[in-house]
Ligand binder design. Structure first.
Ligand SMILES: [Zn+2]
Length: 68
């Protein structure tokens, strides 16, 4: 089972129900994942929930660096 890590602190998330998913952005650099538990409320994860190939209702920005 894939672990989820908070993108704010890099901590491990034990309850995915507490995660607030945000639109991924090239302007955001996620913290490096580590094994410490995430203390954030809510934990922030950029991108779709694990297991989702797409995210209906929210466009996934695949910014390869060719911005305006
Ligand atoms: Zn966190």
């Amino acid at each position: 089972m894939q672990e989820t890590h908070c993108h704010v602190c890099g901590g491990r998330i034990t309850d995915p129900a507490t995660v607030s998913y945000r639109l991924a952005s090239s302007a955001v650099v996620p913290a490096a994942p580590h094994s410490t538990l995430c203390p954030c409320t809510p934990a922030i994860v950029y991108g779709p929930p694990a297991g989702y190939m797409s995210w209906p209702g929210l466009p996934i920005k695949l910014d390869a660096g060719s911005g305006p």
